[in-house]
Design a protein around this ligand. Structure first.
Ligand SMILES: *Cc1c(COP(=O)(O)O)cnc(C)c1O
Length: 345
């Protein structure tokens, strides 16, 4: 099966996608200007297009989802404010503590339930009274999908209504909100209902090389642009990458269903291997338990067959637009071949 011309199958993340020929053509053809002056027509078009698509007044294009989340947190919250966030959430766990370090914002992490939600009773319990001893609880931040799990509409409606009822704002880290929408058969506007602001990544399963958009009320986005500049996110002829992001939103949303189907197929195939304990994917991301002693030899066996995966005792596998159904079949074959000879030592 080893064929040195065979392409690599990369299951580490959906961030590894390559821009397609058609996307590169859109990038090459993009009209550009200096976006710090607001002069880039392709950036302006993307921001307006994304805002309309998700049902917001305005949008801001930025280099990364880490930055759009941080800009949102810093615009919602000031020094000495806090935001309620899941213990497993990206903004809390995987963004270098930016809200605290750069925003002087205290995170109040709350345990995530098995389905990825934060229990409504916990949200309520962690909202602090107006008392000089406490940080001011200003914001609820949710993430959808979270670790590949979809937060359902009823939960999102209840959680955002609870926060608003307590005078708080709501932010969605919607890095993969398009996956959540497609999985539920929901429109994008319906999928973000209840949130004052949303961050959407275009560089994951959407297939663009770079960039995220932050969406919200016009005044909020204008204020946020000051933080974006301060954080080094003011870009000049960014239309070249905005055109790729625009292409992604126009062409790559509904096809996410293929990634979800491929993840389900991959999980079904791997579940036939007795040594593995494989989770059931809801979208394009799932986890499986791999015996610790198998991890290093498995990693090597996969690399020999040109498959990249973040193999560990708790292995995360991710499908995306550069993983085909044939790639799924090849991956399952390689895993089966490895475990057919693995002694279990
Ligand atoms: C990837 C990701 C982000 C932002 O990541 P960047 O690499 O900075 O674009 C934010 N939230 C979630 C849930 C993510 O998966």
């Amino acid at each position: 099966m080893s064929d040195k011309h065979q392409h690599w199958i990369d299951l580490r993340s959906d961030t590894v996608t390559q821009p397609s020929e058609a996307m590169r053509a859109a990038m090459a053809a993009a009209d550009v200007g200096d976006d710090v002056y607001g002069d880039d027509p392709s950036v302006n078009r993307l921001q307006d297009f994304a805002a309309d698509l998700f049902g917001f007044e305005a949008g801001m294009f930025a280099p990364s989802g880490t930055q759009t989340n941080l800009i949102a947190l810093m615009t919602h919250c000031g020094r000495g404010d806090e935001y309620l966030v899941g213990q497993e959430a990206h903004t809390y766990k995987y963004e270098g503590g930016g809200a605290a370090v750069l925003g002087s914002i205290q995170p109040q992490p709350i345990a995530n339930q098995a389905d990825g939600s934060i229990a409504l009773a916990d949200i309520e319990a962690y909202i602090k009274p107006d008392d000089m001893h406490f940080a001011r609880t200003r914001l609820l931040a949710l993430e959808n999908t979270i670790g590949g799990r979809v937060l359902g509409q009823d939960y999102v409606a209840a959680a955002t209504a609870l926060a608003h009822g307590k005078g708080m704002a709501t932010h969605l880290d919607g890095a993969r909100i398009c996956n959540a929408a497609v999985q539920q058969g929901l429109g994008l506007r319906a999928a973000v209902a209840g949130f004052d602001t949303v961050s959407v990544c275009l560089s994951k399963g959407m297939g663009a090389p770079v960039g995220s958009v932050l969406l919200g009320p016009k005044a909020f986005i204008e204020q946020g642009k000051r933080w974006r500049k301060m954080l080094g996110g003011g870009m000049r002829q960014a239309g070249v990458i905005a055109a790729a992001a625009q292409y992604a939103l126009e062409h790559n949303v509904q096809r996410l269903a293929e990634d979800h189907d491929n993840a389900a197929e991959l999980a079904r195939g791997l579940a036939q291997i007795a040594a593995l304990k494989v989770g059931t994917p809801q979208t394009n991301i799932f986890w499986m338990d791999v015996p610790a002693a198998a991890c290093e030899p498995l990693r090597q066996a996969l690399a020999r067959e040109r498959i990249r995966a973040s193999v560990g005792p708790r292995t995360r596998l991710v499908t995306h637009l550069d993983v085909s159904r044939a790639d799924v079949a090849r991956t399952v074959e390689v895993f089966k071949a490895f475990f057919s000879t693995w002694s279990g030592a």
